[in-house]
Design a protein around this ligand. Structure first.
Ligand SMILES: Cc1cc2nc3c(=O)[nH]c(=O)nc-3n(C[C@H](O)[C@H](O)[C@H](O)COP(=O)(O)OP(=O)(O)OC[C@H]3O[C@@H](n4cnc5c(N)ncnc54)[C@H](O)[C@@H]3O)c2cc1C
Length: 431
């Protein structure tokens, strides 16, 4: 609703952060008639997020489609992110996942390509003003409500007002800090390192994931023939791992069952590390403010969900607030609706992230489903739908699927019987 406070707003929406969440929200809101200021602290339009393994889940496919990015993503050489998962019961290998009905795929596309692409799309969208080199340094508040931001810019300090301020500025959200919205943190028991390779063949050119309980590892084929290899071991290994980073990384990868042949490939990056990455959640709204992407919920990188969540939360926010920010309704109920959607859509996934990030072993339900998926094709396809977030935890664990998993495992001697034991590697990679 237009009030005396916001009647003179420069914009309808002021967004802090022009990465995936912020750029997507800017495009979607502007297309619904909002005047959007999209502020990004970095000045380079080609800036991108470095700490990422670039796996965008299928759950974000409809948003990428709505943004009109799919043709550009495919032209850029994105690799469909169908995956194979190694478990102690052997490999889970869903087949026909690209062709089968209801088996969507997301993409692996390097953030160095995707981030500038979506930001450029935002800049081209009528109604969006992309303001690079604009760092949010404070909030404008009136009567206990946020009505704008202060930003340091190449031309000096500037104040930008809007009906709604959106924190799309990542896990350390500046908007949250200045608004005094705290984050609840949850331990992450794993650390991570990743590196980029050229000429690293993977079977079927498909993503590989290793569940080594508690360690995790991945190989993601990406655009331009580049493969990202990531290892996320338990922190108890960290001191030894860091003592000889290159040697530990290589030994860990070489010891993986069906290891990618890194010795025949060319490593084209440094080994990039993430030593402590607690999960974080915030209330998704505050008076005059909404948080999207990592600013609302930072999950565990082992599930590769954050890019999808960033895009999806931008969409949920747009659907809830677009009429209100363009003067056709009350903002507060619209914000409450967004918060409700975010909580409902994220609750189970968040709980699963928090629980698995403790480094716990697979629980009985997970053992049941993983074992069955390693042993049965239709269970493997079911697993694929879940891992790509095409279905949520409730549908994944529906009674029919559970019964089928139990039957598959009974036929094979029960879920506790491993088909193949994880290979115990030598040196730094041994557990
Ligand atoms: C090791 C690792 C691997 C990962 N791999 C995957 C993966 O494979 N798949 C996946 O889906 N997710 C992955 N993630 C998570 C994913 O990278 C994030 O969830 C995602 O980038 C969140 O997007 P966002 O737009 O919310 O925030 P970010 O991408 O963090 O962007 C925040 C933006 O805000 C800007 N900003 C910050 N402060 C200000 C300010 N004061 N003023 C203006 N601008 C500001 C920043 O410059 C940045 O552009 C991974 C994370 C890690 C740590």
């Amino acid at each position: 609703m237009t009030t005396p406070e916001n009647a003179g707003s420069d914009y309808d929406v002021v967004i802090s952060g022009a990465s995936l969440a912020g750029s997507a929200a800017a495009i979607l809101l502007a297309r619904r008639g909002a005047r959007v200021a999209l502020l990004e602290r970095r000045s380079d339009p080609a800036a991108y997020r470095v700490l990422c393994t670039h796996n965008v889940h299928a759950s974000a496919y409809p948003v990428l489609d709505e943004l009109g990015l799919l043709p550009a993503i495919e032209r850029a050489g994105a690799v469909p992110n169908t995956a194979r998962w190694y478990t102690r019961w052997g490999w889970i290998e869903p087949t026909d996942v690209l062709a089968g009905p209801g088996l969507p795929s997301g993409y692996n596309l390097r953030r160095s390509v995707l981030d500038p692409m979506i930001r450029a799309r935002a800049a081209q969208t009528p109604g969006v003003e992309l303001l690079l080199g604009h760092q949010v340094t404070g909030l404008v508040r009136e009567a206990g409500r946020t009505v704008g931001v202060r930003a340091s810019t190449p031309q000096g300090e500037r104040e930008l007002r809007g009906r709604l301020v959106v924190g799309a500025d990542g896990r350390d959200s500046a908007v949250a800090k200045f608004a005094g919205v705290p984050a609840r943190a949850y331990e992450n028991a794993r650390f991570g390192y990743l590196a980029y390779y050229r000429d690293l063949p993977l079977p079927d050119d498909m993503t590989r994931a290793w569940f080594l309980e508690p360690d995790m590892a991945y190989a993601f084929p990406n655009d331009d023939g580049v493969t990202v290899v990531a290892v996320l071991p338990h922190k108890k290994r960290l001191p030894g791992f860091r003592a000889d980073l290159e040697g530990s990384f290589d030994a860990f990868v070489r010891a993986l069952p069906g290891a990618p042949d890194i010795d025949s490939a060319e490593r084209i990056s440094k080994i990039i590390g993430m030593l402590d990455y607690p999960l974080r959640e915030r209330e998704p709204i505050a008076p005059g403010i909404a948080f999207i992407g990592d600013a609302a919920l930072t999950g565990d990188p082992v599930w590769g969900s954050g890019c999808g969540w960033a895009l999806q939360s931008a969409k949920w926010l747009t659907e809830a607030v677009a009429p209100a920010v363009t003067g056709r309704g009350d903002l507060d109920p619209a914000l409450a609706e967004y918060a409700r959607t975010h909580r409902e859509r994220m609750r189970r996934q968040k709980d699963r992230h928090i629980s698995f990030a403790t480094g716990r072993p697979l629980n009985p339900l997970e053992r049941l489903m993983f074992a069955a998926a390693a042993r049965d094709e239709s269970m493997a396809r079911h697993m694929h739908r879940f891992q790509t977030r095409a279905i949520g935890p409730l549908r994944f664990l529906n009674p029919v699927a559970l019964a089928r998993a139990a039957a598959v495992n009974l036929r094979s001697g029960g879920p506790a019987v491993p088909h193949v034991r994880p290979r115990r590697g030598a040196g730094a990679a041994s557990r």
